[in-house]
Design a protein around this ligand. Structure first.
Ligand SMILES: [Zn+2]
Length: 268
């Protein structure tokens, strides 16, 4: 019974409309050049890794900037209260600055996503044929034949046109747009956590060993966060990354310590 073939799966190319659309399903469509290097794969796993990596980078900032501040002040004075005040100022200022930076960055990312969603919505409303051809073209890039791609594009369009375009064309999940507030809080929290280490080391250890001990503790922590950040960022060279972070952090601490010592003697 060949007549039982589902009518909706009948070859699209038999209709002129199908022919026209198929002709437009092309790899030369300019949209492909534009979106070619955008990361389309945003799996939950990758998303989690990105968050972990952002947290590690925030902690790194907290460790380096607060350690550099307290070591600098400790180079100038042995007064624990002066060092404590400097640490508090560095921790508060740093975490607010981190939160603000993250808030601004994620807000503009969200703004641009909303603009893209609006643009897509408008295009779907005003030029549905081109949008269908575009979606089918994206599906051929994923390995579907032109006929199958056009059929699939039609079904996706019937079900959720906007969602399909956001997903296949822009890699945006409309259900999962980041919150600037959450990102800001996470960033400030990571900074605070990192800042805790040099603050506790310099304030709790005996005066005689607190500067070298803070240096060592900070460099060890940086080696760990540097390696983790690179690993979660997908880099196989995490030893190299750890060395970079340790050298950079060591330079920052040495520089502020020297300046603190020079200023301390100059003023005293
Ligand atoms: Zn589109």
């Amino acid at each position: 019974m060949t007549a039982s073939v589902e009518p909706s799966l009948s070859p699209l190319s038999r209709t002129t409309e199908g022919e026209n659309l198929l002709a437009r399903v092309s790899h030369e469509n300019p949209v492909f050049d534009f979106h070619g290097d955008e990361p389309h794969a945003n799996s939950d796993y990758q998303e989690k890794l990105n968050r972990l990596r952002a947290a590690v980078l925030g902690a790194n900032d907290g460790i380096v900037s607060v350690a550099a501040t307290v070591v600098g002040v400790a180079g100038a004075t042995t007064s624990t209260s002066a060092i404590g005040i400097a640490a508090a100022a560095a921790v508060v200022g740093g975490s607010i600055s981190m939160a603000l930076g993250e808030f601004v960055s994620v807000s503009s990312q969200v703004d641009s996503q909303h603009a893209l969603i609006e643009k897509e919505r408008h295009e779907l409303a005003t030029d549905p044929d081109s949008e269908l051809a575009e979606l089918a073209g994206l599906l051929t890039q994923r390995g579907l034949s032109k006929h199958t791609a056009l059929q699939a594009a039609r079904e996706l369009t019937a079900k959720d046109a906007l969602g399909s375009h956001l997903d296949f064309e822009l890699g945006i999940d409309a259900e999962d747009i980041p919150s600037p507030w959450t990102a800001a809080l996470a960033s400030a929290g990571a900074f605070l956590l990192g800042a805790l280490l040099p603050t506790l080391l310099i304030l709790l250890l005996p005066v005689s060993i607190r500067i070298p001990a803070t240096f060592i503790g900070v460099l060890v922590a940086l080696a760990i966060t540097g390696a983790l950040g690179a690993k979660w960022g997908g880099s196989p060279r995490y030893v190299r990354a750890a060395i970079r972070v340790v050298v950079g952090g060591g330079l920052a601490l040495a520089a502020t310590y020297l300046i603190g010592m020079l200023l301390g003697t100059a003023i005293a």
